[in-house]
Design a protein around this ligand. Structure first.
Ligand code: HEC
Ligand code: HEC
Length: 187
């Protein structure tokens, strides 16, 4: 009894070790991932009730659709599920999706390949750029935190999805500057 329990534990342990993900460092560095904040009520409850059982909400950001586009996507992705959404929840959810991931937003890229840059921001360039591109919606918020360049990239891609207008090249210049001056290990 005791022996087989131990053996079972050992098996479990081995299984756990084998299942550990082995992501190459390089892939972790450049893989940009959207992050979507859980919205307030009543959308929050509608999401918990209808949507959180199977997957998170970050993936919503891959899409930028109008109301009928969202209806079609949800129907297509969840053929059996659709009838299970209560009509009042559906209206709330669609309103939220269109408002935050509507056709005028830029979808978070599914596969973002950072372009190589040959010109870099000086501190002065970066401050002007932040002033011009990052101060419309909120005060400039990059001075209160430090992140890896990869994390900065995720954040700035998210800002583009929020509505900030940035070319890939300028986005990378900003990311490079942020990594250099607001990184975890500033030189
Ligand atoms: C029963 C499990 C389940 C539930 C509940 C569920 N989903 Fe999904 N959802 C999936 C699966 C599985 C996929 C991936 C399907 C595919 O890619 O072919 C998916 C895909 C999606 C996608 C597409 C993501 C992309 O890559 O563009 C969106 C958006 C989405 N779901 C939103 C929702 C919303 C909103 C709700 C609540 C109304 C919800 N899901 C509830 C299982 C579920
Ligand atoms: C179109 C509006 C808009 C623009 C332009 C914008 N942001 Fe944001 N930003 C938001 C929203 C919405 C949030 C999330 C809600 C909040 O925290 O206020 C946010 C949050 C943030 C945060 C805090 C989030 C966190 O997780 O720490 C930072 C930092 C930030 N923005 C930086 C930037 C930078 C850098 C730029 C310029 C590239 C920028 N923002 C441009 C809308 C915008």
């Amino acid at each position: 009894m005791k022996w087989s329990y131990k053996k079972a534990l050992a098996c479990l342990f081995r299984a756990a070790v084998i299942m550990l993900p082995a992501l190459p460092i390089a892939a972790q560095e450049t893989s940009a991932r959207p992050h979507v904040e859980l919205p307030d009520e009543p959308v929050r409850s509608a999401i918990f009730k209808n949507c959180s059982a199977c997957h998170g909400i970050d993936y919503y950001a891959y899409n930028a659709l109008d109301k009928s586009g969202w209806q079609q996507l949800l129907a297509m992705k969840h053929k059996q599920l659709r009838s299970a959404i209560a009509p009042e929840d559906e209206a709330v959810l669609l309103g939220y999706l269109v408002e935050n991931f509507g056709p005028e937003t830029v979808p978070f890229p599914r596969e973002y390949v950072p372009p190589e840059i040959t010109e870099f921001f000086s501190d002065q360039d970066a401050r002007v750029f932040l002033e011009d591109n990052c101060a419309d919606c909120h005060r400039i918020r990059v001075f209160g935190q430090r992140n890896t360049a990869a994390k900065w990239r995720d954040l700035v891609l998210e800002m583009r999805e929020n509505g900030a207008e940035l070319s890939d090249e300028n986005l990378e210049r900003l990311v490079e500057w942020l990594g250099r001056t607001r990184g975890l290990d500033p030189g």
